[in-house]
Design a protein around this ligand. Structure first.
Ligand code: HEC
Ligand code: HEC
Length: 297
């Protein structure tokens, strides 16, 4: 074979190998992203509850004390989804709560927790979302009345209540507890429901995970700090893990409401190692005595 042909063949095979390698890497990043997207609970909020709705195409109603918000389409459709977004724009939305056109998001989108997701994990989530079928669904406007509907007011809210990431593990935390804390605070955002909120809708971290009678959709959300009487101090780590897998409580009751969805779409998809890390972290935080009961009507 002439030298030129051999060189050509060598370069060609080299290029094909590199292409193949980058495809394999892209695939594993997207696979990792699928797992992290499940952990983040994105599906539940971004998929309409109407039968056969296209996943991640938005339109799900989210009832809050301020009105009803509708989740947007986050499929890779360039016109009505996020298909045209750069990595930087995605990171800014997810971790900083600001849109590509520069407007602040309402905190019903829990960017206040996602700010603690690492860039690497956030971009894996984007890589996964970009493998999904596109949906042409147009975003539905929120049904929220003034002044809560005024987006610009969010700039003030952010100054008062938004602490930008990253996640920092408690000093001396083991690798397992540090991982559990990352999953709870950044991705699975338990505190968005289990921590009570003030009148401005910001979480009150003095009562971190101590429960509220005034949750989203008017739900009662229990205290999940390890307080013996009012929290989950008497649940073992194994109780917690099996609860997060199946929704079955230690007293054999089945979980209800939005927690059942969190388990179906998110927690039940996590590895045993990650569930044990979450359970270990929950058992390690400060127990807070806080009785959560429904106000008598
Ligand atoms: C509790 C419900 C909820 C969860 C969970 C949630 N989102 Fe959202 N998301 C929303 C809402 C509501 C908005 C719109 C906020 C607004 O209009 O200010 C939104 C906005 C967005 C946007 C901006 C879209 C646009 O067109 O501007 C992106 C991107 C996004 N979410 C991605 C995600 C990802 C990724 C996850 C999971 C890691 C996730 N969301 C989890 C409710 C949620
Ligand atoms: C979307 C809101 C929401 C999120 C996010 C959420 N929870 Fe819950 N959780 C609830 C509600 C509501 C209940 C009460 C369910 C019921 O009444 O059956 C609950 C119940 C529980 C219980 C049962 C406690 C008891 O004493 O009965 C545990 C444990 C729990 N959640 C743990 C978690 C953990 C851990 C996370 C994060 C990994 C989490 N939850 C995220 C809303 C949420």
């Amino acid at each position: 074979m002439p030298l030129r042909t051999m060189t050509f063949c060598g370069v060609f095979v080299g290029c094909m190998l590199m292409l193949w390698q980058s495809l394999v890497i892209a695939e594993t990043v997207a696979q990792k992203g699928a797992y992290l997207t499940a952990a983040g609970g994105c599906f539940g909020c971004h998929t309409n509850t109407v039968k056969d709705s296209q996943p991640f195409a938005g339109g799900r109603a989210l009832k809050t004390p301020f009105g009803v918000f509708y989740s947007p389409n986050i499929t890779p459709d360039t016109k009505n989804g996020i298909g045209g977004w750069s990595d930087a724009q995605f990171l800014k939305a997810l971790k900083n709560g600001v849109s590509p056109s520069g407007h602040p998001y309402f905190p019903v989108f829990p960017y206040t927790s996602y700010t603690k997701i690492t860039d690497e994990d956030a971009l894996a989530i984007k890589a996964y979302l970009f493998t999904l079928p596109k949906a042409a669904t147009i975003d539905k406007p929120h049904e929220v009345s003034a002044p809560f509907s005024w987006r610009w007011l969010q700039w003030g809210w952010r100054l008062l209540f938004f602490d930008e990431g990253p996640y920092v593990a408690a000093s001396g935390a083991s690798e397992k507890i540090a991982r559990g804390g990352y999953l709870v605070q950044a991705l699975t955002h338990c505190g968005e429901c289990h921590t009570p909120r003030n009148v401005f809708g910001a979480v009150n971290n003095d009562l971190y995970l101590a429960g509220t009678a005034d949750g989203g959709e008017g739900e009662l959300v229990p205290n999940i700090t390890p307080d013996m009487e009012t929290g989950i101090g008497d649940w073992s780590e194994a109780d917690l893990v099996s609860f997060m897998k199946s929704g079955m409580m230690p007293d054999f009751d089945n979980v209800q409401g939005s927690m059942a969805e969190v388990i179906d779409h998110s927690l039940s998809k996590l590895t045993d190692g990650d569930l044990a890390a979450i359970a270990g972290y929950l058992k390690s935080i400060k127990p807070i005595r806080n009785v959560v009961t429904k106000p008598k009507s």
